[in-house]
Design a binder for this molecule. Structure first.
Ligand code: AMP
Length: 113
């Protein structure tokens, strides 16, 4: 898989406001926040999207989801929040490295555009 901007963040080649860093995952604030809290949660392994996750990634997938819930608690999103992953061009994915958007801190409308 080609290097993306997220690989550069993982490798500390470009700066980001990192909220969590472990062996498997990184979480950092989105550069263009769409809500008062907008955090991206990514695997360190360069997986293109949810659509390319394999059975071998089961534990990693669980890790990313549990991390999202933990960050939401730590960030005080007691009123709720949204976890989104965009997949491919119809899904509006602009960075081809799997990521979950954790959005909160305001009431979010539905359906998304
Ligand atoms: P998506 O459109 O779902 O692929 O989401 C990609 C997200 O990455 C967008 O919300 C961007 O604002 C965000 N993004 C792009 N470059 C950076 C960066 N250097 N640091 C933090 N977030 C970024």
């Amino acid at each position: 898989m080609a290097e993306t901007i997220f690989t550069k963040i993982i490798n500390r080649e470009i700066p980001a406001e990192i909220l969590h860093d472990d062996e498997l995952a990184l979480a950092f604030r989105d550069i263009s926040p769409q809500a008062p809290v907008h955090v991206l949660i990514i695997p360190k392994e360069p997986i293109e999207s949810l659509a390319t996750l394999q059975t071998e990634h089961q534990a990693l997938a669980g890790h990313l989801l549990l991390l999202a819930a933990k960050l939401a608690r730590q960030l005080g999103l007691t009123n709720g929040y949204r976890l989104v992953t965009n997949i491919g061009s119809d899904g509006g994915q602009s960075v081809p490295h799997l990521h979950f958007h954790l959005l909160g801190g305001r009431e979010l409308s539905w359906p998304p555009g």
